[in-house]
Design a protein around this ligand. Structure first.
Ligand SMILES: [Zn+2]
Length: 398
């Protein structure tokens, strides 16, 4: 199994400058290679391929020993490959008749990752193995950079990447042959409903990860964004608010990741089979529709009140959560099933009666046919579980 591990870097001031230069030179290499392809096509109708550009590297490095020549051949090749992939995707889109979108030049601050293709080639993970407490990664042209290694690395390190996020730096290891950490079977299955008030609610009635903290950060984010819109561009105030905004964004990302990891861990430990809603755009906006109260206003249904930015922040968390859940499920040997979410929230789980009126408020479900009353999310999660098991049976029968 392939898996990646991300750790914060603790570069010295000197190393930080070198890291920034490394990114900048790779960005310029990317842009130059893109310009080369464009010109060749415009002037001669010729298609330039990765192989040709890679062969040029030798000369580029020789001509610029203090600049491009400082960095690893391997990371420069990876950058050219990245451009090659962008072109391959472009041609694929042209072929399938999608809106193509020609590969673009990367502006300053729009190029945040450099990859070394092979551990030991211009980079070395754990370059100071005899240090009693610290971990280092050696990067050509930068040196031995300290790593905050907060967990064990499993498998064999294949590629090493450095990523910049705001003022922070990270190292990402992509590892092969990572052993699966299978968990013992529990015999339990659950459907999960992804909601606004809780990240998920299970068909057993457990509500995982109250999202109050995330919602509070989202509210502060909205305030900061309005403030930024009012501040004059280029002013001191504008810079200050922008800095606060980016710090808040980072905080929201951390909170979201943290909540997703916690909830996914609970589910993976408890259930052998987990059924969730397939995320689609319609699903993302379904719950945001405000309920008119008949007097020109809207019913306070929770979801409707959380509109705009706040909502989109909570919604984005579902995608992150499902990605983490699927990684953990694969690693633990659990089964994950995605189902179409249509009607799961308006169908009565015990009797199957389907009506919009069943859903009294965001939180309360009461069946107009059989009188069944339940928390709306638990009712939905039960329907999701049933749909998943039906899919599974159909797949087995086929
Ligand atoms: Zn019913």
């Amino acid at each position: 199994m392939r898996r990646s591990f991300t750790f914060p870097l603790r570069p010295t001031r000197h190393q930080e400058i070198a890291l920034a230069q490394c990114l900048e030179d790779h960005r310029q290499l990317y842009n130059a290679a893109l310009e080369h392809r464009r010109t060749a096509y415009r002037v001669a109708g010729a298609t330039v391929r990765y192989g040709e550009q890679s062969a040029e590297l030798k000369h580029i490095r020789a001509d610029d020993p203090e600049g491009q020549g400082r960095w690893s051949f391997s990371s420069q090749q990876a950058t050219l490959r990245r451009l090659d992939k962008a072109f391959a995707a472009f041609f694929r889109r042209v072929k399938t008749g999608h809106k193509p979108g020609y590969p673009r030049f990367k502006g300053r601050g729009r190029f945040d990752t450099v990859t070394w293709q092979k551990d030991g080639d211009g980079c070395r993970w754990d370059s100071g193995p005899h240090h009693p407490t610290m971990t280092f990664v050696r990067l050509q042209g930068i040196g031995h950079v300290r790593v905050h290694q907060h967990r064990r690395v499993l498998g064999t390190v294949k590629t090493i990447s450095v990523r910049r996020a705001g003022h922070r730096w990270f190292v990402v290891l992509s590892c092969d042959d990572v052993p699966a950490e299978t968990l013992p079977p529990t015999g339990a299955m659950a459907g999960i409903d992804m909601g606004v008030a809780s990240l998920t609610t299970t068909s057993d009635g457990d509500r995982l990860e109250n999202r109050r903290h995330l919602a509070a950060s989202a509210a502060r984010l909205a305030v900061a964004q309005r403030e930024l819109a009012r501040a004059a561009r280029g002013s001191r105030r504008h810079r200050k608010v922008a800095a606060r905004l980016s710090a808040l964004h980072a905080k929201v990302r951390r909170q979201r990741l943290d909540a997703a990891h916690k909830a996914a861990l609970v589910l993976i430990r408890t259930y052998d089979v987990i059924v969730h809603e397939a995320l689609e755009v319609t699903n993302m906006t379904r719950r945001a529709t405000p309920q008119p109260d008949g007097h020109g206003g809207y019913l306070p249904n929770g979801a409707a009140a959380k509109s705009g930015l706040n909502r989109s922040i909570l919604d984005a968390g579902w995608g992150v959560f499902l990605t983490i859940l699927s990684h953990k499920a694969e690693s633990a040997g659990r089964e994950l099933i995605a189902v179409n979410p249509a009607n799961t929230s308006r169908t009565c789980a015990p009797c199957g009666h389907r009506a919009k009126e069943n859903r009294l408020t965001q939180a309360v479900f009461r069946c107009t046919a059989c009188g069944h009353v339940a928390h709306a999310d638990v009712n939905a999660a039960t329907n999701i579980l049933r749909a998943g098991l039906a899919l599974r049976d159909a797949a087995r029968a086929a």
